[in-house]
Design a protein around this ligand. Structure first.
Ligand code: PEP
Ligand code: MN
Length: 337
């Protein structure tokens, strides 16, 4: 529920509303704009009667929040959230490119990839140490050793790191080496994990579950935001449809819809959507044209030898071409790379 105060509301009117909110066992979030103050009521509004506030002095309107998410909503936080990482402002004019292998495989592999993507214009290095694989017989990632390698590469190249945490017990260690903690599609609704990354307060990249709606994605975001962690980015990575020519279907419409519903930056991962390197560049261009704030791209120096997702990984030279094309699209839509 949102209480919109009148332009001429006095500070004591605002204090009275906040006091009543607290008395009723809810939390109040004040947003003081140039024209008026808006008070967001945090808690389960189903048990709250709007007449309680309607009758108070200085109150103009009481709006039930039809949308079940509040902290993620633009209704409540109209300005774009910008996540500052390592000198980058994610969600601002510059489109941020995160690139690297699906998984960290060895020191040589991650270092070679890091140098190549940096040279091509990437801002952040991706690479999984803990890998959520469909088969327990597939390569599961190097685990803690992978985190150590990422930390070394970060030190040597100056690139920020995004890497996945799959369980609450891994969050502290991942948070030590990573600049951004990735929550994978399969864990989008792992609520204990969402609480853990919310509590840690480090930047989070929350991927949309392959069978989840945008509203469910935003409800998961809400778990993280409710801990006061606003350093959060959403990521569209393709959803399951009846189509089989691609691994998933990139829901390009999620970009403008999410940008309208929420203030959080929206990143697109065309690699897991396509499942084939051939479609990654055109999908990246489409994502940027649609308003994405960043891209997450899989790059491997030797895709034929990759231990996971080689088919969808770009060779560094092709990745460099992708960056050049994306730059042109970015300029055309008033952004930059
Ligand atoms: C990944 O980024 O390597 C990954 C496993 O992605 P997703 O969770 O989107 O499948
Ligand atoms: Mn992958």
């Amino acid at each position: 529920m949102i209480v919109v105060m009148r332009r001429e509301a006095k500070p004591e009117n605002i204090e009275a509303v906040v006091g009543r909110v607290k008395e009723l066992g809810f939390r109040a979030h004040l947003s003081a704009g140039e024209e008026r103050t808006i008070i967001g009521i945090i808690g389960d509004e189903r048990h709250l009667n709007e007449s309680v506030f309607r009758t108070m002095d200085g109150v103009e309107r009481v709006v039930r929040v039809v949308k079940p998410f509040k902290l993620a909503s633009r209704d409540f936080h109209p300005h774009d959230t910008i996540v500052a990482i390592n000198g980058l402002s994610i969600g601002a004019k510059r489109i941020v490119i995160m690139a690297g292998p699906c998984a960290v495989e060895s020191r040589e592999q991650i270092m070679e990839t890091a140098l190549a993507v940096k040279e091509a214009g990437a801002h952040i290095l991706r690479g999984g140490a803990f890998k959520p694989r469909s088969s327990p017989y597939s390569f599961q990632g190097l685990g803690y050793k992978g985190l150590e390698l990422l930390a070394e590469v970060r030190e040597e190249t100056g690139l920020a790191i995004v890497t996945e945490a799959m369980a609450p017990a891994q969050v502290a260690a991942v948070g030590e080496c990573a600049d951004i903690i990735q929550i994978g599609a399969r864990n989008m609704q792992n609520y204990n994990l969402l609480h853990a990354v919310g509590e840690l307060g480090k930047p989070v990249l929350l991927k949309r579950g392959m069978m989840c709606t945008m509203e469910e994605l935003l409800m998961s975001a809400e778990y993280i935001l409710s801990h006061g962690n606003y350093r959060l980015m959403l990521c569209e990575r393709g959803i399951r449809t009846f189509e089989t020519y691609t691994r998933n279907t990139l829901d390009i419409s999620a970009v403008p819809v999410l940008k309208q519903l929420t203030h959080l930056p929206v990143i697109v991962d065309p690699s897991h959507a396509a499942g084939d390197w051939q479609w990654v560049t055109p999908l990246s261009m489409g994502a940027v044209a649609a308003g994405a704030d960043g891209l997450l791209i899989e790059v491997h120096p030797h895709p034929d030898k990759a231990l996971s997702d080689g088919t969808q990984s770009l060779r560094p030279a092709r990745f460099a071409q992708l960056v050049a094309k994306v730059r042109q699209v970015a300029l055309a839509v008033g952004r930059e790379v």
